[in-house]
Design a protein around this ligand. Structure first.
Ligand code: IVH
Length: 700
């Protein structure tokens, strides 16, 4: 897409824009160079979202984006449909109009073993009369399929699969996927209209984070990233869609027209140059190259071309072993006849193309039977139903119990005792029930009756209006106390390793661990002593305040010098902190209003648990004093993360990329392009790891 000359030139321009942006009063400069600024922004979006290799920091990108946004706000006439600002929607989407695809979206025939593939190849050879066929093999992305239409180089609409003929138009939501270009120079190929197919995904990391936030809010998680992607595309609030960080792979050109000249579906065997510069490719792999060249994230780097089916078979088996190492879910491979003319010759059955087949990997789903339900009481009193199921192996582990979250979830999934159920365990996500099979249910099957009283202490359960979770509100409920202590000592909280869940339960039952402060009176382990010095964010997390996860705990800790200062914050002041919304502000505020919580903090204080923010104090004392640092190459004495931690502890800042804002580049062994780049920027000091350590010893 961008060759190295262009990349260098764009990086230079970016730096010039950044310098200018900081100088202020920009209107005239932007006016004369607005397309240039957009060009820079598109380039950095491409580097970040398509190539996964950003050249500037998020902050620098935001600086340039804001500049463009500001200018367009003052000059609405200067906005273009493919300006990077046009991804942002206004208000809510009203509906998703039904839209006909130019070419129907077919599904693929499935295969499960080598014999199926040999059969597929034999038929294709028989029909074509060829002795060996060239195939392009690529991952089968496990997401939601979409169809994109570009006309005269502009993205005009995005549509869901729907019933294959007609889908829902979701253009504004597709614009939230930053790797989908709003314009692309198809005209270089003489192409006027093109329909491109692909798959929208939520990558494994984002999916896990998304499910974690759902669970923190008491909402049942989604079974797999495919449901998360499909659901996200149907949200009417584009800002929310944008927050989901969706990605897309585009893998198929279903239609293209070059004015009155050609459409490849009806083409003859020769490629015709349709412009001076470029020829429309005549192979599938060529199409993927073309899409990549025009700025799309096609599976160009994931595909492989083979002649003959034997190599294809060994490749798909090899690739299956790599499945867990990918950042996104795939459920198989797709094998496509590479020559587009041959594809046309082979044509379709009523359901599938004869030129492609899906090879499905081992399922991560399995069926089992729901034997019964147990109820667990958590540290906040939430009562969670857990289904006991007939043990069944899924994705490499045997599953015998599975959370079914809450009463509404049981209704929604229509679960009855004795039901046959489909379960899924995708990636490292906890197993989920995908669905039940009501049609297989016996007529005398028993429903699941949610208990009215706490299974641990027998007090009446209570469900606040608008919530889905039944709670035990007895503060002395033994189950809550035990779970609270388990959470307090857990790895990410106070990290008292020798305790562990089983020990807490044992100590509780034997009677000498009945509350959190008891943890410190046992005085058995050095680990317990050490835990008193855990940083403030950990004690905040350890206290188990509802909605305060590890990240929120860090935000809160950073805002104060002592834990009890948080008790002085109003809800509004709490909400002014980064990422703290109404819900968190309310529970934190509420927590510090309860005398028993203040009493708990006092007792911990008396026992010597540190409640001050040492990190903050260190920052103030540090001598790196707001200077910015970036590490490159291999460090020999420190781990990269240690070095970065030292910078922050001593009051320095970390930058993600070389720019004029950088003060120090610490160059380790085999430093490469960052070092070269830094040498060209006069105010950056390039230092060695030794020199960095020296700086620190003066900063103590
Ligand atoms: S090609 C005419 N390639 O799998 C065939 N499909 O049942 C066009 N899929 O509906 C599809 N990865 O949603 C193709 N690399 C890939 C794919 C892929 C995932 C999905 C697609 C399709 C389904 C097939």
């Amino acid at each position: 897409m961008y060759n190295s000359e262009q990349t260098k030139a764009l990086q230079k321009k970016t730096e010039a824009w950044l310098v200018a942006a900081n100088a202020g009063n920009m209107s005239e400069i932007v006016e004369d160079n607005i397309e240039d600024l957009r060009y820079c922004l598109r380039f950095h979006e491409y580097r970040y979202y398509v190539q996964n290799d950003p050249l500037i920091s998020d902050f620098e990108y935001d600086t340039l984006y804001t500049l463009l946004e500001q200018f367009e706000k003052e000059n609405p006439g200067a906005v273009t449909p493919d300006s990077p600002t046009q991804r942002v929607g206004k208000g809510l989407i009203k509906d998703f109009p039904k839209t006909q695809h130019l070419v129907p979206m077919l599904s693929l025939e499935n295969s499960y073993n080598a014999d199926d593939l040999l059969d597929f190849d034999r038929k294709a050879r028989e029909l074509s009369g060829l002795s060996a066929i060239e195939y392009c093999v690529e991952p089968k992305f496990d997401g939601a399929s979409i169809s994109l239409l570009y006309e005269n180089d502009l993205f005009v609409r995005g549509v869901t699969r729907g019933d294959g003929e007609v889908g829902d138009e979701i253009t504004m939501n597709i614009k939230q996927i930053r790797s989908v270009p709003l314009s692309a120079t198809f005209s270089e190929y003489g192409i006027e209209q093109i329909e491109i197919r692909g798959e929208v995904l939520m990558n494994k990391k984002n999916f896990k984070a998304y499910n974690d936030t759902l669970m923190e809010e008491g909402i049942p998680p989604l079974a797999n990233p495919r449901n998360a992607a499909a659901g996200s595309l149907r949200i009417k609030d584009t800002a929310e869609v944008s927050r989901r960080n969706l990605e897309a792979f585009l893998y198929h050109v279903s239609f293209l027209s070059t004015g009155n000249r050609q459409s490849f579906n009806t083409e003859t065997k020769e490629d015709k140059p349709v412009s001076d510069k470029n020829t429309v490719p005549s192979t599938h792999s060529g199409m993927l190259e073309m899409l990549w060249r025009l700025g799309f994230r096609s599976p160009k780097n994931e595909m492989k071309v083979f002649t003959g089916i034997d190599q294809v078979i060994s490749h798909v088996h090899d690739f299956e072993k790599e499945r867990d190492n990918l950042g996104y879910e795939i459920d198989g491979m797709v094998i496509k006849v590479n020559d587009l003319h041959l594809q046309d010759e082979l044509g379709m059955t009523s359901h599938h193309p004869r030129w492609a087949i899906a090879f499905k990997f081992k399922a991560r789903q399995a069926t089992s039977k729901l034997l019964g339900v147990e109820y667990q009481v958590g540290r906040t009193g939430a009562v969670t139903p857990v289904a006991k199921i007939e043990p069944v192996p899924v994705g490499g582990v045997t599953v015998s119990s599975i959370s079914i979250h809450n009463e509404d979830y049981i209704k929604e999934k229509d679960l009855w005792i004795g039901d046959t159920i489909l379960i899924e365990r995708s990636g490292d996500v906890i197993p989920q029930i995908v669905k039940s099979f009501p049609e297989l249910r016996k007529s005398d099957a028993a429903g699941i009756v949610f208990p009215k009283t706490c299974p641990a202490c027998n007090s009446l359960l209570y469900k606040p209006v608008g919530e889905a979770v039944w709670r035990c509100i007895n503060l002395n409920c033994p189950a809550q106390i035990v779970e609270g202590i388990i959470h307090f000592v857990s790895k990410d909280a106070m990290d008292i390793r020798s305790f562990g869940e089983a020990n807490v339960r044992k100590f509780y039952e034997s009677g000498f661990l009945r509350s959190i402060p008891d943890v410190y009176t046992t005085k058995l382990q050095q680990a317990i002593e050490d835990s008193k010095k855990q940083p403030l964010n950990r004690i905040l997390y350890a206290l188990g305040i509802r909605y305060v996860g590890e990240t929120t705990a860090k935000t809160l800790a950073n805002a104060v010098d002592h834990l009890l200062q948080l008790a002085e914050f109003s809800e509004e002041e709490l909400m002014a902190l980064d990422d703290v919304g109404v819900k968190v502000a309310k529970t934190v505020y509420g927590f510090f209003r309860r005398p028993d919580n203040l009493h708990l903090i006092q007792e911990l204080d008396k026992l010597g648990v540190r409640l001050t923010n040492e990190k903050k104090n260190l920052v103030n004392e540090g001598n790196l004093n707001g200077q910015s640092f970036l590490f490159t190459g291999t460090l020999t004495r420190l781990k990269r993360t240690e070095a970065e931690e030292m910078v922050e502890k001593n009051g320095g800042k970390l930058l993600g990329a070389v720019s004029s804002k950088l003060n120090y580049l610490v160059a380790g062994e085999k430093a490469g392009s960052k070092l070269e780049k830094a040498k060209k920027i006069p105010n950056i000091k390039i230092i060695s790891e030794e020199e960095f350590l020296k700086m620190l010893s003066f900063s103590k």
